[in-house]
Design a protein around this ligand. Structure first.
Ligand code: ZN
Ligand code: ZN
Length: 314
């Protein structure tokens, strides 16, 4: 059900040829981050209500270490609900507390346990990946932090099976790792370059970290850099958020689709990149009522993508 045809996994660091397939307007799996409160199948219900084709959930409270494993009956009910829905992909977001690069052995141990738990939960529910903020160097040097993060990630992969792990690019605040494609490439490298490793590109974070993705040309430039530094095959998921903070501000402030610095035109340019066809693309916006993306906002993203595609072919 979730085994989707992907681009062949690029060899790490190689330049992948641009997507040769014709543009597939129906391809991108646009959806939203939703709550699984009340039980796992509720996440599917909320996704369906919002017109999602992909959802993202936290596998446990995002601000607590306490791990929880899914019960078999919940997993079965979730899979049944998903099979009967238009939702084709589910992502798990790892807990915010996780810092694979921490210098504190206790935090690193807890991070490893939590990440392994998320990967196992992902395998249980057939997730197409666990999304992870790669870590923070805090006040320390980035290269050492990258090698610590890589070590923790390698261990997490070896203690779990199957479920892919998507490193997310960051806005670049403080010592956060993953603010540039070069840094993401270094992280993939220090994590061992396993086939299970991919990237989740967040549009707001790209913009805040200095990639001007407000035009087709700007998006193409960023995509070329992805191809050159990590290979397009490594991009396995998208987070789609507009940005409240300006270009290069290194501030992570999500705005509702079309209502931030990207604007509707910028959103259309990013969403219509042919290289992103068929990826799960999840909104993590505050929403009109601060309760996350609504059905209207998911619909707006779909519409903007169609508008962007039309503008590219005209
Ligand atoms: Zn994100
Ligand atoms: Zn963010």
């Amino acid at each position: 059900m979730l085994a989707r045809e992907r681009y062949p996994t690029a060899k790490y660091g190689s330049v992948t040829p641009p997507n040769a397939k014709p543009h597939n307007p129906a391809g991108m799996l646009i959806g939203a981050h939703v709550s699984p409160a009340g039980g796992l199948p509720k996440a599917i219900e909320r996704g369906v209500q919002r017109g999602c084709r992909a959802i993202q959930i936290f596998n446990q409270s995002p601000r607590m270490w306490k791990a929880s494993a899914y019960r078999d009956e919940d997993v079965a009910a979730f899979s049944e609900a998903m099979a009967a829905s238009p939702i084709d992909a589910v992502l798990i977001h790892a807990v915010y507390l996780v810092n694979c690069a921490s210098e504190d052995p206790d935090i690193r141990e807890k991070s490893l346990t939590s990440l392994v738990n998320s990967l196992r939960a992902g395998s249980q529910i057939g997730a197409c990946g666990v999304v992870l903020h790669p870590g923070s160097a805090k006040a320390g040097a980035a290269p050492e932090a990258i090698s610590r993060a890589g070590q923790t990630i390698r261990e997490a992969l070896s203690e779990s099976e199957g479920c892919p792990l998507h490193l997310e690019n960051t806005a670049g605040a403080g010592g956060t790792l993953g603010r540039s494609l070069a840094e993401l490439a270094a992280l993939l490298d220090s994590s061992g370059g396993d086939d299970r490793l991919g990237l989740c590109l967040d549009s707001c974070h790209l913009f805040a970290s200095g990639y001007d993705i407000r035009s087709v040309e700007g998006v193409s430039e960023a995509v070329s850099e992805v191809a050159a530094k990590v290979g397009l095959g490594r991009v396995r998921a998208l987070h789609f958020n507009d940005s409240q903070a300006p270009l290069g501000s290194n501030r992570d402030r999500h705005a509702n689709v079309g209502a931030g610095e990207l604007g509707q035109e910028g959103c259309a340019a990013f969403l219509s990149a042919p290289e992103f066809d068929e990826l799960p693309c999840v909104l993590e916006t505050p929403g009109e009522k601060r309760s996350g993306a609504s059905a209207e906002e998911v619909k707006l993203a779909v519409t903007l993508r169609e508008r962007g595609i039309a503008a590219r072919v005209s």
